[in-house]
Ligand binder design. Structure first.
Ligand code: APR
Length: 320
């Protein structure tokens, strides 16, 4: 059987890391697409040359021609610009919306059967726009945010408790921005919910609140340190986890920006929710019950995303 084909649209910091991880995990053959000449070709060759030592079998290529992504099983989109210090994700909207248009058209023309994972920010609005521009089925287009946000939350919690990250689960809902909703009640250490751990004296409410805030600001913290761009190792690793679940029909329960139609009181809207990812793409949206405070935070986050979607419609008439 032929290896799966993975098209990476955008060969920058995240795109290059995605290619490297896909190769190391032998997920399939990789095509890196970018408008910048030489960058995708150079990264593809560099990673291919690591193959004999890393011992993977996968072909790597770089291109500026959408025809080369033909028949891709998975497309991961990072094309666009990243944040610099002082910028919010929302500041990227105007530039990256135009990029989503060309990417959506390229995928529709050459890889209409692919499972598409968008990473470009502002994530929730960009994944919506990418779906609109591409016309692909809603269950085949999603955005990577929740896996990353919950990974950050899990990392901070594991450090606080001095336990393995493997035994920490975390739950993050809502948009990928300042309004994201880390759900403490549904986050656990080996099945013990965080509020119980506070009662058990493992941590204090104040420390937990600080960790929740640090999770919300997780992207900005990295931008502040790097100064030249935004995070790329953890975002790439998160998207690879999603791609692997699709390619291997693992049916992992992963939070991502998915099309929600009916659940959570939403009628056809992209926002971060728990999902099941398998061979059918987003096979299920998992609807959990929220208390009043959690619902208020979620509504606030949904409203922030709605504002960005409206801003997109204001910029590009074809989206209205
Ligand atoms: N088509 C294809 N590639 C494009 C296009 C386009 N229209 N416009 C820009 N690119 C490419 C750039 O040439 C660059 O190589 O997208 C790449 C982006 O790479 P980086 O600037 O290194 O950004 P990265 O850190 O990878 O982040 C990409 O993901 O997390 C988000 O906020 C982040 O929106 C940003 C995106």
């Amino acid at each position: 059987m032929a290896r799966p084909k993975i098209a990476l649209i955008g060969a920058g910091q995240i795109g290059g890391t995605l290619a490297h991880l896909a190769a190391l995990k032998e997920l399939g053959d990789v095509v890196l697409f970018d408008i910048a000449e030489g960058i995708p070709e150079g990264k593809a060759l560099d990673i291919a040359e690591s193959g004999p030592s890393a011992k993977f079998d996968a072909t790597m290529s770089g291109t500026q021609d959408y025809a080369d992504i033909a028949g891709a099983d998975v497309c991961i989109v990072t094309a666009g610009v990243a944040r610099k210090p002082g910028m919010s994700r929302d500041d990227l909207l105007g530039i990256n919306l135009k990029v989503m248009k060309s990417v959506g058209e390229g995928i529709a023309a050459h890889a209409p059967d692919a499972f598409v994972i968008c990473i470009t920010n502002p994530l929730d609005a960009m994944v919506w726009a990418l779906r609109e521009f591409s016309g692909l089925p809603h269950e085949k287009v999603c955005g990577m945010a929740g896996v990353l946000d919950s990974a950050r939350f899990r990392h901070f919690l594991a450090s606080e408790f001095n336990v393995s990250m493997k035994d920490v689960t975390a739950f993050v809902l809502g948009g990928h921005g300042d309004t994201m909703v880390p759900l403490v009640r549904y986050s656990t250490v080996a099945g013990i919910p965080l509020p119980d751990l506070v009662k058990m004296g493992w941590t204090t409410q104040e420390k937990l609140d600080a960790i929740v805030q640090r999770t919300r600001d997780g992207g900005a913290e990295i931008v502040g340190l790097l100064k030249t761009g935004s995070a790329f190792y953890a975002p790439a690793t998160s998207a690879i986890e999603m791609a692997e679940s699709y390619l291997k029909d693992q049916k992992r329960v992963l939070p991502c920006a998915a099309y929600v139609d009916g659940a959570y009181g939403l009628n056809g809207f992209y926002v971060g929710v728990p999902t099941v990812i398998g061979a059918g793409g987003i096979e299920r949206v998992v609807e959990i019950s929220m208390n009043k405070d959690e619902q208020a935070m979620f509504d606030n986050s949904v409203n922030a995303v709605k504002g960005l979607v409206e801003a997109c419609k204001g910029i590009d008439d074809s989206l209205t």
